[in-house]
Write a protein that binds this ligand. Structure first.
Ligand code: CIR
Length: 253
């Protein structure tokens, strides 16, 4: 179960965020409304939410999932592969230290963005993406092992981050799309297949028994409800324009 979440208010500079989505520029006012509803959804799941102030200098800084990994035993400040995002780590560090005594760091030439990391119990799958390299993954695995956890790498090539195409819903259930459907390492889980046209909804998030699903993906809602989960839809379309999904907008721990 998770108790806390950290989010960061989007900055007006978000329109300059990195994007390959070709969905147009996000509308700031609408993004704020969607962010408020996202926070509401986290609270409905029983989380105590810390909202950090916007940081104009970093257009992608509302995607707080990437600069830190929170585990039950320690937090790890990452070293984002995207150069324009590296400075976000210093901005999240104080908030992380308020909750953790044990705070570790990924150092260059290792790069990790925690959107590439999926937690399954004590094990952490680490996607080797354009943002996370082998050196970063090796450092991450060494840190996890130091605290009695484990990690393994997943080769990937189709999407931005590992969790762009995957979501672990606990109870051995995994929503997955595209290249992740056939990865040998995931075959021990119950793979719930997300249709390619609904791929954005593979980034659904389990929080304390409820699954947050991005708004507008009825088949995914049905798939998840049919497994017995409670579903809460959240409209994050303004963030989709920046390649950001539901999980990217919070740290949950
Ligand atoms: C980026 O490209 O870094 C941001 N525009 C989106 C980050 C999304 N984060 C995530 O998937 N964990």
């Amino acid at each position: 179960m998770f108790k806390y979440a950290i989010v960061r208010k989007p900055s007006r500079s978000m329109i300059e965020g990195i994007s390959e989505a070709e969905l147009g520029l996000p509308n700031y006012d609408n993004a704020i409304k969607q962010h408020d509803d996202y926070i509401e959804a986290l609270k409905e799941c029983g989380l105590e939410v810390t909202e950090l102030p916007a940081v104009e200098e970093y257009p992608d800084s509302c995607f707080v999932e990437d600069p830190a990994l929170m585990t039950p035993h320690c937090a790890i400040l990452t070293n984002p592969g995207a150069e324009s995002r590296r400075g976000e780590v210093a901005h999240i560090a104080d908030a992380v230290r308020k909750f953790y005594d044990n705070v570790e760091e990924i150092k260059s030439p290792g790069f990790v963005e925690a959107g590439d990391i999926m937690m399954v119990g004590d094990h952490y799958y680490i996607g080797l993406s354009e943002r996370t390299n082998q050196e970063g993954a090796d450092q991450m695995i060494a840190i996890l092992e130091k605290y009695g956890m484990s990690g393994s790498v997943v080769e990937m090539s189709e999407v931005l981050h590992l969790k762009t195409g995957l979501g672990y819903l606990e109870d051995n259930n995994l929503v997955a799309c595209g290249e992740f459907l056939t990865k040998p390492e995931f075959q021990k889980h119950n793979i719930m297949e997300i249709d390619q046209k609904d791929s954005y909804s593979a980034n659904s998030v389990w929080i304390n028994g409820t699954v947050l699903v991005p708004k507008g993906f009825e088949s995914t809602v049905d798939l998840i409800k049919n497994k017995g989960y409670k579903v809460r839809e959240v409209d994050v379309s303004e963030y989709q324009k920046l390649d950001g999904g539901l999980s990217c907008l919070s740290l949950r721990f």
